[in-house]
Design a protein around this ligand. Sequence first.
Ligand SMILES: [Mn+2]
Length: 308
Amino acid sequence: MPSLFGDVISAFMNVPRESDPKASDAEVVVSGVPFDLACSGRAGTRMGPNAIRQATANLIWEGKRWPWDFALEERLNVCDAGNLDYAYGEPESLVDNLEGHAERWLAAGKKMLTLGGDHYISLPLLRAHAREHGPLALIHFDAHTDTYEQGTRFDHGTIFHHALKEGLVVPEHSLQIGIRTSYDRQNHPYEVLDADWVNDHGPKAVLERIRARVGHHPAYISLDIDGLDPAFAPGTGTPVCGGMSTDLMLKVLRGMVGMELVGMDVVEVNPAYDHGDITSLAAATLGLEFLYVLAAGKRVWRVVDPRQ
Ligand SMILES: [Mn+2]
Protein backbone atom coordinates (compact mmCIF):
# COMPACT_ATOMS: atom_id res chain seq x y z
CA MET A 1 0.00 0.00 0.00
CA PRO A 2 1.60 3.31 -1.06
CA SER A 3 2.20 6.07 1.44
CA LEU A 4 0.11 9.13 0.56
CA PHE A 5 1.08 11.42 3.42
CA GLY A 6 2.49 14.07 1.13
CA ASP A 7 -0.25 13.91 -1.51
CA VAL A 8 -3.40 15.91 -1.97
CA ILE A 9 -6.23 13.42 -1.50
CA SER A 10 -9.34 14.20 -3.54
CA ALA A 11 -11.37 11.14 -2.53
CA PHE A 12 -12.06 9.48 0.82
CA MET A 13 -9.35 6.81 1.27
CA ASN A 14 -8.42 7.54 -2.35
CA VAL A 15 -11.31 5.38 -3.62
CA PRO A 16 -12.44 5.95 -7.26
CA ARG A 17 -14.39 9.12 -8.02
CA GLU A 18 -17.77 8.35 -9.57
CA SER A 19 -20.78 10.47 -10.42
CA ASP A 20 -23.32 8.15 -12.06
CA PRO A 21 -25.11 5.87 -9.56
CA LYS A 22 -26.47 3.59 -12.29
CA ALA A 23 -23.05 3.07 -13.88
CA SER A 24 -21.29 2.54 -10.57
CA ASP A 25 -20.76 -0.91 -9.12
CA ALA A 26 -19.86 0.56 -5.73
CA GLU A 27 -21.86 -0.63 -2.73
CA VAL A 28 -21.24 2.52 -0.70
CA VAL A 29 -20.87 6.09 -1.89
CA VAL A 30 -19.05 8.78 0.07
CA SER A 31 -20.31 12.33 -0.54
CA GLY A 32 -19.20 15.72 0.75
CA VAL A 33 -21.69 18.46 1.60
CA PRO A 34 -19.76 21.74 2.02
CA PHE A 35 -22.68 23.59 3.60
CA ASP A 36 -22.61 25.80 6.72
CA LEU A 37 -25.42 28.29 6.19
CA ALA A 38 -27.55 26.81 9.00
CA CYS A 39 -25.02 27.04 11.83
CA SER A 40 -25.61 29.19 14.89
CA GLY A 41 -22.06 29.56 16.19
CA ARG A 42 -18.70 29.43 14.50
CA ALA A 43 -19.03 29.05 10.74
CA GLY A 44 -16.62 27.09 8.57
CA THR A 45 -17.91 23.53 8.38
CA ARG A 46 -18.13 23.93 4.60
CA MET A 47 -14.41 23.15 4.71
CA GLY A 48 -15.10 19.88 6.55
CA PRO A 49 -15.45 17.37 3.70
CA ASN A 50 -12.11 18.15 2.08
CA ALA A 51 -10.29 18.22 5.43
CA ILE A 52 -11.73 14.80 6.32
CA ARG A 53 -10.71 13.39 2.94
CA GLN A 54 -7.21 14.79 3.35
CA ALA A 55 -6.96 13.25 6.83
CA THR A 56 -7.54 9.81 5.30
CA ALA A 57 -3.98 10.11 3.93
CA ASN A 58 -2.98 8.97 7.44
CA LEU A 59 -5.18 5.87 7.20
CA ILE A 60 -4.54 4.51 3.72
CA TRP A 61 -1.17 2.89 4.37
CA GLU A 62 -2.46 0.27 6.77
CA GLY A 63 -4.34 -1.96 4.34
CA LYS A 64 -5.68 -4.52 6.79
CA ARG A 65 -6.87 -2.06 9.40
CA TRP A 66 -6.41 -2.86 13.08
CA PRO A 67 -8.25 -4.57 14.77
CA TRP A 68 -10.07 -6.06 11.74
CA ASP A 69 -8.73 -9.19 10.05
CA PHE A 70 -9.37 -8.02 6.49
CA ALA A 71 -8.63 -5.07 4.23
CA LEU A 72 -11.66 -2.97 3.34
CA GLU A 73 -11.28 -3.36 -0.42
CA GLU A 74 -11.43 -7.17 -0.06
CA ARG A 75 -15.05 -6.95 1.08
CA LEU A 76 -16.54 -3.61 0.14
CA ASN A 77 -16.64 -1.58 -3.04
CA VAL A 78 -16.62 2.14 -2.20
CA CYS A 79 -16.63 5.23 -4.41
CA ASP A 80 -16.55 8.96 -3.73
CA ALA A 81 -19.07 11.20 -5.50
CA GLY A 82 -17.21 14.41 -4.61
CA ASN A 83 -18.80 17.50 -3.10
CA LEU A 84 -22.39 18.50 -3.63
CA ASP A 85 -22.99 21.72 -5.53
CA TYR A 86 -25.51 24.37 -4.47
CA ALA A 87 -26.19 28.05 -4.97
CA TYR A 88 -24.40 29.77 -2.07
CA GLY A 89 -26.75 32.01 -0.14
CA GLU A 90 -29.72 29.86 -1.16
CA PRO A 91 -30.14 27.05 1.38
CA GLU A 92 -33.20 25.79 -0.53
CA SER A 93 -30.96 24.77 -3.40
CA LEU A 94 -28.84 22.67 -1.04
CA VAL A 95 -31.92 20.89 0.28
CA ASP A 96 -33.18 20.09 -3.23
CA ASN A 97 -29.77 19.04 -4.52
CA LEU A 98 -28.94 16.88 -1.52
CA GLU A 99 -32.31 15.11 -1.43
CA GLY A 100 -32.07 14.43 -5.16
CA HIS A 101 -28.46 13.27 -4.89
CA ALA A 102 -29.24 10.89 -2.04
CA GLU A 103 -32.38 9.55 -3.74
CA ARG A 104 -30.45 8.68 -6.90
CA TRP A 105 -27.69 6.80 -5.08
CA LEU A 106 -30.11 5.04 -2.71
CA ALA A 107 -32.42 4.03 -5.57
CA ALA A 108 -29.40 2.39 -7.22
CA GLY A 109 -29.07 0.18 -4.12
CA LYS A 110 -26.09 1.97 -2.54
CA LYS A 111 -25.48 2.89 1.06
CA MET A 112 -24.19 6.35 1.90
CA LEU A 113 -21.47 7.85 4.05
CA THR A 114 -21.89 11.62 3.96
CA LEU A 115 -19.37 14.18 5.20
CA GLY A 116 -20.64 17.58 6.42
CA GLY A 117 -21.11 20.39 6.55
CA ASP A 118 -23.23 21.54 9.44
CA HIS A 119 -25.82 19.26 11.03
CA TYR A 120 -28.68 20.67 8.97
CA ILE A 121 -27.64 18.34 6.13
CA SER A 122 -28.98 15.36 8.10
CA LEU A 123 -32.59 16.44 7.51
CA PRO A 124 -32.57 16.15 3.68
CA LEU A 125 -30.51 12.96 4.08
CA LEU A 126 -33.06 11.47 6.48
CA ARG A 127 -35.89 12.34 4.07
CA ALA A 128 -34.18 10.48 1.24
CA HIS A 129 -33.28 7.49 3.43
CA ALA A 130 -36.79 7.27 4.90
CA ARG A 131 -38.30 7.33 1.41
CA GLU A 132 -36.10 4.37 0.51
CA HIS A 133 -36.24 2.37 3.75
CA GLY A 134 -39.29 3.66 5.64
CA PRO A 135 -39.13 5.47 8.99
CA LEU A 136 -35.74 4.92 10.57
CA ALA A 137 -34.16 4.17 13.90
CA LEU A 138 -31.86 7.11 14.62
CA ILE A 139 -28.53 6.55 16.36
CA HIS A 140 -27.39 10.06 17.09
CA PHE A 141 -24.04 11.02 18.64
CA ASP A 142 -23.94 14.64 19.81
CA ALA A 143 -23.42 17.04 22.69
CA HIS A 144 -26.81 18.55 21.80
CA THR A 145 -30.19 16.92 21.18
CA ASP A 146 -30.88 19.18 18.16
CA THR A 147 -34.58 18.95 18.97
CA TYR A 148 -35.05 22.66 19.65
CA GLU A 149 -38.43 23.86 18.42
CA GLN A 150 -37.82 27.60 18.22
CA GLY A 151 -35.19 27.64 15.51
CA THR A 152 -35.03 29.43 12.20
CA ARG A 153 -36.11 27.86 8.91
CA PHE A 154 -32.61 26.55 8.20
CA ASP A 155 -31.16 25.69 11.57
CA HIS A 156 -28.66 23.00 12.56
CA GLY A 157 -30.24 22.72 16.04
CA THR A 158 -33.80 21.77 15.08
CA ILE A 159 -33.41 18.87 12.69
CA PHE A 160 -34.44 16.00 14.93
CA HIS A 161 -37.56 17.89 15.97
CA HIS A 162 -38.49 18.22 12.31
CA ALA A 163 -37.45 14.67 11.46
CA LEU A 164 -39.92 13.49 14.08
CA LYS A 165 -42.71 15.77 12.88
CA GLU A 166 -42.15 14.60 9.31
CA GLY A 167 -42.32 10.94 10.37
CA LEU A 168 -38.78 10.19 9.19
CA VAL A 169 -37.67 8.52 12.41
CA VAL A 170 -39.24 6.12 14.89
CA PRO A 171 -38.55 7.61 18.33
CA GLU A 172 -39.21 4.29 20.09
CA HIS A 173 -36.22 2.83 18.22
CA SER A 174 -33.96 5.89 18.45
CA LEU A 175 -31.24 7.08 20.83
CA GLN A 176 -29.15 10.17 21.40
CA ILE A 177 -25.70 9.46 22.79
CA GLY A 178 -23.21 11.79 24.50
CA ILE A 179 -25.72 14.57 25.26
CA ARG A 180 -24.50 17.18 27.78
CA THR A 181 -26.63 20.24 27.17
CA SER A 182 -30.11 20.99 28.45
CA TYR A 183 -33.29 19.49 27.07
CA ASP A 184 -36.81 18.86 28.36
CA ARG A 185 -36.29 15.64 30.31
CA GLN A 186 -39.99 15.23 31.14
CA ASN A 187 -41.11 15.42 27.57
CA HIS A 188 -38.40 14.14 25.26
CA PRO A 189 -39.18 11.72 22.43
CA TYR A 190 -35.82 9.94 22.15
CA GLU A 191 -33.92 7.78 24.61
CA VAL A 192 -30.91 9.76 25.84
CA LEU A 193 -27.64 8.22 26.98
CA ASP A 194 -26.05 11.33 28.39
CA ALA A 195 -22.31 11.90 28.33
CA ASP A 196 -21.87 11.25 32.06
CA TRP A 197 -23.62 7.89 31.84
CA VAL A 198 -21.74 6.92 28.69
CA ASN A 199 -18.34 7.86 30.14
CA ASP A 200 -19.10 6.12 33.45
CA HIS A 201 -20.45 2.89 31.95
CA GLY A 202 -18.29 2.38 28.87
CA PRO A 203 -18.81 0.93 25.39
CA LYS A 204 -20.29 -2.45 26.36
CA ALA A 205 -23.15 -0.92 28.32
CA VAL A 206 -23.76 1.68 25.60
CA LEU A 207 -23.95 -1.03 22.95
CA GLU A 208 -26.38 -3.06 25.01
CA ARG A 209 -28.71 -0.06 25.19
CA ILE A 210 -28.34 0.65 21.47
CA ARG A 211 -29.08 -2.94 20.47
CA ALA A 212 -32.03 -3.18 22.84
CA ARG A 213 -33.55 0.01 21.46
CA VAL A 214 -32.79 -0.41 17.73
CA GLY A 215 -33.00 -4.18 17.30
CA HIS A 216 -33.12 -5.09 13.59
CA HIS A 217 -34.87 -1.90 12.59
CA PRO A 218 -33.20 -0.04 9.66
CA ALA A 219 -30.94 2.45 11.40
CA TYR A 220 -29.29 5.70 10.35
CA ILE A 221 -26.26 7.00 12.25
CA SER A 222 -25.90 10.75 12.55
CA LEU A 223 -22.58 11.62 14.12
CA ASP A 224 -21.98 15.19 15.20
CA ILE A 225 -18.25 15.35 15.90
CA ASP A 226 -18.99 17.51 18.97
CA GLY A 227 -20.23 14.31 20.63
CA LEU A 228 -16.51 13.92 21.27
CA ASP A 229 -14.95 16.02 24.01
CA PRO A 230 -13.23 19.20 22.72
CA ALA A 231 -9.95 17.54 23.74
CA PHE A 232 -10.61 14.98 20.98
CA ALA A 233 -12.44 17.29 18.57
CA PRO A 234 -11.58 20.97 19.06
CA GLY A 235 -12.40 21.84 15.45
CA THR A 236 -16.15 22.22 15.63
CA GLY A 237 -18.71 25.01 15.79
CA THR A 238 -20.29 24.52 19.22
CA PRO A 239 -17.86 22.59 21.47
CA VAL A 240 -18.99 21.39 24.92
CA CYS A 241 -16.65 19.98 27.59
CA GLY A 242 -17.24 16.58 29.18
CA GLY A 243 -17.74 14.49 26.06
CA MET A 244 -16.75 11.06 24.82
CA SER A 245 -13.21 10.07 23.91
CA THR A 246 -12.37 8.96 20.37
CA ASP A 247 -11.52 5.54 21.79
CA LEU A 248 -14.96 5.16 23.37
CA MET A 249 -16.84 6.30 20.28
CA LEU A 250 -14.80 4.00 18.03
CA LYS A 251 -15.54 1.02 20.29
CA VAL A 252 -19.27 1.78 20.27
CA LEU A 253 -19.32 2.12 16.48
CA ARG A 254 -17.23 -1.02 15.98
CA GLY A 255 -19.69 -2.97 18.09
CA MET A 256 -22.54 -2.35 15.66
CA VAL A 257 -21.57 -5.12 13.23
CA GLY A 258 -24.64 -7.03 12.07
CA MET A 259 -27.11 -4.23 12.77
CA GLU A 260 -29.29 -3.05 9.90
CA LEU A 261 -27.32 0.16 9.22
CA VAL A 262 -28.55 2.02 6.14
CA GLY A 263 -26.35 5.11 6.23
CA MET A 264 -24.24 7.51 8.24
CA ASP A 265 -23.27 11.14 8.26
CA VAL A 266 -20.31 12.76 10.03
CA VAL A 267 -20.98 16.45 10.51
CA GLU A 268 -19.78 19.69 12.14
CA VAL A 269 -16.06 19.31 11.44
CA ASN A 270 -14.73 22.86 11.30
CA PRO A 271 -11.07 22.86 10.18
CA ALA A 272 -10.56 26.57 10.96
CA TYR A 273 -10.73 25.73 14.69
CA ASP A 274 -8.85 22.45 14.46
CA HIS A 275 -5.36 21.83 15.79
CA GLY A 276 -2.99 19.37 14.18
CA ASP A 277 -5.94 17.89 12.23
CA ILE A 278 -7.18 16.15 15.42
CA THR A 279 -10.83 16.62 14.52
CA SER A 280 -10.50 15.80 10.82
CA LEU A 281 -8.57 12.64 11.68
CA ALA A 282 -11.21 11.61 14.21
CA ALA A 283 -13.96 12.14 11.62
CA ALA A 284 -12.01 10.29 8.93
CA THR A 285 -11.33 7.39 11.29
CA LEU A 286 -14.96 7.14 12.44
CA GLY A 287 -16.15 7.25 8.82
CA LEU A 288 -13.70 4.53 7.84
CA GLU A 289 -14.73 2.45 10.83
CA PHE A 290 -18.35 2.66 9.65
CA LEU A 291 -17.26 1.21 6.29
CA TYR A 292 -15.50 -1.63 8.11
CA VAL A 293 -18.63 -2.27 10.16
CA LEU A 294 -20.65 -2.52 6.94
CA ALA A 295 -18.05 -4.79 5.35
CA ALA A 296 -17.89 -7.08 8.39
CA GLY A 297 -21.69 -7.29 8.58
CA LYS A 298 -22.26 -7.77 4.87
CA ARG A 299 -23.54 -11.31 5.06
CA VAL A 300 -26.02 -10.19 7.68
CA TRP A 301 -27.12 -7.04 5.81
CA ARG A 302 -28.05 -9.14 2.78
CA VAL A 303 -30.24 -11.67 4.59
CA VAL A 304 -32.08 -9.49 7.12
CA ASP A 305 -35.53 -8.43 6.00
CA PRO A 306 -35.86 -4.75 7.06
CA ARG A 307 -39.66 -5.12 7.36
CA GLN A 308 -39.30 -7.49 10.30
MN1 LIG B 1 -23.85 19.25 18.35
